[in-house]
Design a protein around this ligand. Structure first.
Ligand SMILES: Cc1cc2nc3c(=O)[nH]c(=O)nc-3n(C[C@H](O)[C@H](O)[C@H](O)COP(=O)(O)OP(=O)(O)OC[C@H]3O[C@@H](n4cnc5c(N)ncnc54)[C@H](O)[C@@H]3O)c2cc1C
Length: 506
């Protein structure tokens, strides 16, 4: 807050197991995991966060941090977490004239970020399509969404971070690191451009602005971040599994991948077209796709129709589709594909695709999606990628994967704890078999480019499921890992911030 008349910070609120609020705070979105921390601290300022971290370090208790609670693994709600710091109330979004950048609190959900930036200045960040994901973990892991082909990743706009770190003597303090800094401070900023959550400290504020323009240039705030389209064409396309024979499935998936291989240059007329193919299990009955595209692009409706025709070529199913023109903010706050993950038990796995799957891989996928598993929440999502992402060198940010054209997200959702084993087996075996030629994981080669740390998968560190000999960190960070380790050594030398896939000390 900048005007001196702002609301006082909330907290700190201390919660233990006897508190009626405890039950609300020991789970995130994925109900497969329930924490049992001795202490929960809800913080409302960076100073309170320093105090909380210090208390945890002094007590020798393992810390975990939650902002929006969307972590897919047990990094926050695992049994080892004894001290949980909740940043969900640290959610301010404002323009900070001192840094000439937009300040975003880690607890700000993407809905809050989109609303505040757009209503206040007509700008946005190219972030995710789930409104309840929070900036805290999202930005640290890279961040992408419907505007990414047009504007790149969220971290391409990260100007600075305020982080609570713990030094070698065990003292917690607040540090600000920006891309204008040099040496270890610049490493700390850089580590937050895709290094992943829970690795280096606790982020208490992000600053974002375009990579072009310096602090001295002082352009208008409305020139410092991308402007979203005023209106978008949103569509929902539905295929029936009854019509999707193996041959049609193969052809449709091949058409989809080849279209992305052809149309993912940053200057493509399709740069604003983002689609999510939801290849859910046959038991769900439908095979769906949502698209979002700038409605102001010349001939937008024709371009969208040509995309749909390209997918249908040689398939001949002419799937049902519904198209509507909507204001951009409405589309982001109420996405075509609603969140079905929150409150379910889930397991996710992901992969970057440089090109489409082979017929052999598509056959494995077809078999997996049509087998006896029979659960509606199981499937694979294929998200459009590429475009402006590829204009940034792989080492400029910690987000190394810059040439992929599709992100794949394997997911299984269920409710009954008794079914955990069955669902975990299904998704693990499907992914392993799709990547059977490279040790069960998407080893970077001419078709795959590893995977995304914001879709973390602990199996990649398990030799039972990753038989490639390629370490998990190479799949996430490729050649950027040594610099992340350097940042880790400088800023978290006691490895206070750690989880199954945390950056290791060198
Ligand atoms: C339903 C759903 C939809 C999604 N959609 C997208 C999408 O469209 N695009 C996309 O890019 N990603 C997407 N994601 C992935 C999402 O970006 C990550 O799960 C992200 O890490 C969530 O951040 P969070 O703060 O909500 O979660 P949290 O569970 O609070 O945090 C995630 C991780 O970051 C750490 N962390 C959180 N806050 C801080 C902090 N302040 N300082 C240091 N570490 C911190 C946590 O300890 C944890 O390890 C989606 C996830 C889900 C479950």
């Amino acid at each position: 807050m900048t005007d001196g008349a702002s609301r006082p910070p909330l907290g700190p609120v201390r919660i233990d197991a006897a508190d009626p609020r405890y039950g609300d705070l020991i789970k995130g979105v994925n109900h497969r995991f329930t924490g049992s921390p001795d202490h929960i601290r809800i913080v409302g300022s960076a100073e309170q966060t320093v105090r909380a971290v210090q208390d945890a370090v002094d007590a020798g208790q393992r810390i975990a941090v939650r902002s929006g609670g969307h972590c897919l693994e047990d990094f926050v709600d695992g049994p080892r977490t004894r001290f949980l710091i909740d940043l969900s109330e640290l959610d301010d979004v404002f323009f900070d004239p001192e840094r000439n950048a937009f300040a975003i609190g880690p607890g700000a959900q993407l809905s809050t970020v989109y609303r505040a930036l757009y209503k206040g200045w007509g700008v946005t960040i190219p972030g995710g399509s789930c409104p309840s994901v929070a900036a805290g973990g999202h930005i640290l892991g890279g961040g992408y969404g419907p505007l990414t082909r047009l504007h790149g990743c969220v971290v391409d706009y990260l100007y600075g971070v305020e982080v609570v770190v713990v030094d070698a003597s065990g003292s917690a303090r607040k540090v600000v690191a920006t891309r204008d800094d040099e040496g270890a401070l610049q490493d700390l900023w850089w580590a937050h451009t895709g290094g992943g959550g829970g690795n280096f400290g606790v982020v208490t504020r992000y600053w974002l602005r375009s990579p072009e323009g310096s602090h001295e240039d002082s352009p208008e705030p409305s020139e410092l971040l991308p402007k979203p389209p005023a209106t978008v064409l949103d569509s929902l396309v539905t295929w029936s599994w009854d019509d999707l024979t193996r041959d049609r499935f193969r052809r449709l998936m091949r058409n989809h991948a080849e279209w992305h291989e052809r149309n993912s240059a940053p200057d493509s007329p399709y740069a604003s077209l983002f689609s999510v193919v939801g290849a859910f299990h046959r038991a769900s009955g439908a095979f769906i796709m949502s698209t979002q595209m700038d409605a102001g692009v010349p001939d937008a409706e024709r371009l969208l129709q040509e995309y749909l025709d390209a997918l249908d070529e040689g398939v001949g199913l002419r799937p049902q589709h519904m198209v509507r023109t909507r204001p951009w903010l409405e589309s982001m706050l109420h996405p075509t594909l609603p969140d079905t993950v929150t409150g379910m038990r889930s397991k996710g796995k992901a992969a970057y695709l440089l090109k489409g799957y082979t017929d052999g891989q598509l056959d494995v996928l077809y078999d997996g999606l049509t087998d006896g598993h029979g659960h509606m929440g199981a499937g694979v999502l294929f998200m459009s990628y590429g475009g402006k992402v590829g204009t940034v060198p792989p080492d400029r940010t910690a987000t190394a994967q810059r040439t992929a054209v599709i992100k794949a997200f394997y997911v299984d959702l269920w409710q009954n704890p008794a079914e955990d084993e069955e669902h975990l087996r299904w998704i693990r075996e499907l992914y392993r078999d799709v990547y059977a030629h490279s040790g069960g994981v998407p080893v970077p080669d001419d078709a795959s480019d590893g995977t995304y740390i914001n879709y973390p998968d602990g199996d990649l560190a398990d030799p039972v499921w990753n038989t490639s000999g390629v370490p998990w960190h190479h799949l996430y960070y490729k050649d950027n890992y040594p610099r992340l380790q350097r940042a880790k050594a400088a800023w978290d030398p006691k490895d206070v911030f750690r989880h199954t896939l945390s950056v290791e000390l060198p």
